[in-house]
Design a protein around this ligand. Sequence first.
Ligand SMILES: N[C@@H](CCC(=O)N[C@@H](CS)C(=O)NCC(=O)O)C(=O)O
Length: 216
Amino acid sequence: MPAADGSAPIRLRTSFTSPYGRKARAVVIERGLQDRVLVEETDPWAADTDLGQDNPIGKVPTLILPDGTVLTDSPLVCEYLDWMAPAGPLLVPAVGADRFAALRLHALADGLIDAAVTRLLDLRRPAELQWQEWRDRQAAAIVRTCDALEAEADEIARAPLSIGQITLAAALDYLDLRFAESGWRNGRARLAQWHAAFRTRPSLAETVPPGLAVSA
Ligand SMILES: N[C@@H](CCC(=O)N[C@@H](CS)C(=O)NCC(=O)O)C(=O)O
């Protein structure tokens, strides 16, 4: 598919359940890049995946530029997409205190995703290879991080739109998708209220992972 201006499109390879990939898809929508970025659904876990031919790391999201340059790791992918957009406020501010506030929240929310993904991957191992203590460690990190985020929920709600909030919304949706029974909303009313409002943004509403009820 050529881009709207006739140039070769940028390819974004990602699975639709990956919260890392969801951030990148949300940035495409927030920054109005739908005509320039071709989203290609890719399952990195499929036995016959060819993702490793594009990205030696073999992970999604993978961004492939028209000159063949491959970008891996969602923070880099998101910052590149943000930089590509012709106008409008950056989701990853270029300099100053706003930049570090956005990067800080981005890193905290990525840590939440990392812990949830790590926990899920252990659950998917054969029973004899699973490690309960390791999963408990991830679960404890999730609880502590959600508590910390609840404590700053009002500031998160007031802050200018950034990659930090987008990543946090994707992370909380991922907890709903994979660990709904953990009830992250319990005792965290302000975070839950912020999340319920923020996830109605088109960039999140249009990228809800398959299997997650929209009303969650
Ligand atoms: N730090 C990476 C993590 C990406 C990641 O772990 N993606 C998972 C899907 S949620 C993946 O592709 N895993 C395949 C593998 O580890 O082989 C990022 O932020 O992009």
